[in-house]
Design a protein around this ligand. Structure first.
Ligand SMILES: [Zn+2]
Ligand SMILES: [Zn+2]
Length: 457
C-alpha cells in the first residue's frame, strides 16, 4: 500500500521540460510504527546533540512515545516542551524555541504539524543545523517545503528556509489526529485541481514555464486523496496513508519547481485573502486547508461559469486601467494591508492597460483551450460533497466570511501576488463582478435554508 519515496528524493531528475528537478530530503517514512525507525535515521545521519521540540498537545500525540523510543535506543537528547495554547509561528514562538534549545544542538526533532513545523524549520535554518519533522496530523502539504509560513509584524509572511532531512508519518499517530485537521489535509490537496488549471492557463496566456511531469505528479497526489476520502472518516489507516502520501507528493512537486506554483492557485488566493481579513480582526479562522477546501468549491463554480461565458473581445479592448479608483477600492478591500498590495502592483503592473490588453489577445486565441481546461475540472458539487462527508465547511459563510468579504475576495484576492490564474482572467474579461454576484446570490440566500445538521461544528 505504502509508496516508496526514494525514487523522488535526493537525485537530480533531468526532465523533458528542460529543467533539472530535485528534492533534497533523505528519507520520507509513512507507515505504521514509523516512530520506531527514528533512532536508525539519527544513527544513519551520524547526528549528536539532539533536541526534541514539542508542545503540550503534540507531546501526547507522539512526543512522549518518541522520547521513550529514543531513550530505549540509548540516544541522548534534550527536550523542549512549549505551551500549546496561544503558540504561533511568530516572534514570540521563535523566541520561545531559541531560548530553550541548547546552543550546541545539531539536530532538531520537530514533533508536530503546523506551528511546530514552521518554528523548527525557521529556527534550525537560522541556527544552521538540520531538522526532522515528526508529523502529528496529515493537515497540510508543507512537510516537504522549504518555506516557513511565519507571522512577523502581525503579518503572514513566508520565509525561504530549508527542507527537513526526514519526514516521519507514523500512521497510528496520524490516524488519531483531530478530524478537522484531517479534513484540512484533504482540502489542501483537492485544491490542486484549481492550481493545475491556473498553471496551464498561465502557460497558454502568459507563456509561463510549465512541466507536464510535475503536473502528473500533482494529479497522482489528488488521486491518492480522492481515493482515500470515503474511508478517512472512519480513520482507516490505509486511507490516512493515502492522504499523507498525497500531501507529501504535492510538497515534492513544489520542491521540483522551486516555488508553490503547482500547488497554490486561485483557491489559495481566496483562502489567503480571507485569512488576512480574519487576522486584521485578531482571529485566525479555520485551518488553512479547511479554507482552501471552501476556496476550491468557489473557484470551481467560477471556472464552470467561465466555460459558458460569451466574450466580446472588441468591447474588452477598450480597457484602460483606472488606477486612482482601483487604488481606492484596494484600500477598502485590504484595510491596513493595502500598502503591500499597492506596492506589488507598482512593481509588476499586472493590471496596467498594456498588460491586460496583451493577455486579452492571447486569451482570444486560446479561449477554446481555456474552456476545455474549465470543462475538464470536477463539478463543484463533487468537491462540496467530499467536504460535507468529512463534516468540514463547504461554503464561505461557514468560515465566517460575510457577503462583502466574499465579494472582495473574488475581485481582489489576485492582487496579493503576481500569479496569473482564474481570478486575473475574470478581471481581464470584466466577468468578475457579475460572477461574484451570481455566486453570492446563490450562497448567501441559501445560507438561511441550510439545516442545522449540515452545519459543521
Ligand atoms: Zn519538468
Ligand atoms: Zn496549502
Amino acid at each position: 500500500m505504502s509508496t516508496s519515496f526514494s525514487d523522488y528524493l535526493n537525485h537530480e531528475i533531468h526532465c523533458s521540460c528542460g529543467r533539472t528537478h530535485l528534492c533534497d530530503i533523505d528519507d520520507i517514512l509513512i507507515e505504521d510504527g514509523a516512530l520506531a525507525r527514528v533512532p536508525a535515521l539519527i544513527q544513519k545521519g551520524g547526528y549528536t546533540d539532539i533536541c526534541l521540540v514539542e508542545d503540550s498537545n503534540t507531546a501526547k500525540a507522539a512526543g512522549n512515545a518518541l522520547k521513550e523510543i529514543l531513550q530505549n535506543a540509548g540516544i541522548i537528547f534534550h527536550t523542549v516542551t512549549l505551551h500549546a495554547e496561544g503558540l504561533l509561528p511568530d516572534e514570540y514562538g521563535i523566541g520561545a524555541v531559541l531560548t530553550r534549545v541548547p546552543a550546541d544542538c545539531k539536530l532538531l526533532l520537530a514533533v508536530g504539524s503546523g506551528t511546530i513545523n514552521d518554528l523548527c524549520r525557521f529556527v534550525s535554518y537560522k541556527m544552521n543545523i538540520e531538522y526532522f519533522i515528526i508529523g502529528t496530523a496529515p493537515s497540510m502539504d508543507g512537510f516537504t517545503s522549504n518555506v516557513a509560513a511565519m507571522i512577523t509584524d502581525h503579518t503572514k509572511t513566508t520565509y525561504e528556509t530549508h527542507r527537513p532531512k526526514a519526514v516521519i508519518g507514523d500512521l497510528s499517530v496520524l490516524a488519531d489526529a483531530p478530524m478537522d485537521l484531517i479534513a484540512a489535509g484533504v482540502g489542501d490537496v483537492i485544491g490542486k485541481y484549481v492550481c493545475l488549471a491556473d498553471w496551464k492557463a498561465a502557460h497558454l496566456i502568459t507563456g509561463e514555464y510549465f512541466c507536464s511531469n510535475v503536473e502528473t505528479l500533482v494529479h497522482k497526489s489528488i488521486q491518492k486523496v480522492s481515493d482515500a476520502v470515503p474511508k478517512i472518516g472512519s480513520r482507516d489507516k490505509s486511507a490516512i496513508a493515502g492522504l499523507m502520501e498525497g500531501l507529501v507528493l504535492s510538497g515534492i512537486a513544489m520542491s521540483y519547481i522551486g516555488n508553490s506554483r503547482p500547488a497554490s492557485g486561485s483557491e489559495h488566493h481566496l483562502s489567503h485573502y480571507w485569512e488576512m481579513m480574519f487576522l486584521q480582526h485578531g482571529d485566525h479562522g479555520a485551518w488553512h486547508g479547511i479554507k482552501v477546501g471552501v476556496g476550491t468549491v468557489i473557484a470551481l463554480k467560477l471556472y464552470k461559469l467561465l466555460a459558458q461565458a460569451e466574450l466580446d473581445f472588441s468591447a474588452l479592448s477598450a480597457y484602460t486601467f483606472e488606477e486612482a479608483s482601483w487604488t481606492d477600492s484596494v484600500f477598502s478591500a485590504y484595510g491596513t494591508a493595502a500598502p503591500v498590495v499597492l506596492s506589488l502592483e507598482k512593481k509588476v503592473r499586472k493590471n496596467s492597460t498594456n498588460e491586460v490588453l496583451t493577455r486579452l489577445q492571447a486569451l482570444e486565441t486560446h479561449l477554446p483551450k481555456i474552456r476545455q481546461i474549465a470543462e475538464a475540472l470536477p463539478e463543484p458539487e463533487t468537491i462540496r460533497d467530499m467536504l460535507k462527508h468529512l463534516g468540514a465547511p463547504y461554503e464561505p459563510w461557514q468560515l465566517g466570511v460575510d457577503d462583502q468579504m466574499f465579494q472582495n475576495s473574488i475581485l481582489f484576492a489576485k492582487d496579493l501576488r503576481n500569479r496569473y490564474g482564474l481570478l486575473q482572467i475574470l478581471y481581464d474579461t470584466q466577468l468578475n463582478h457579475s460572477f461574484a454576484d451570481a455566486i453570492r446570490k446563490e450562497i448567501y440566500v441559501n445560507e438561511y435554508s441550510v439545516t442545522k445538521e449540515t452545519v459543521p461544528v
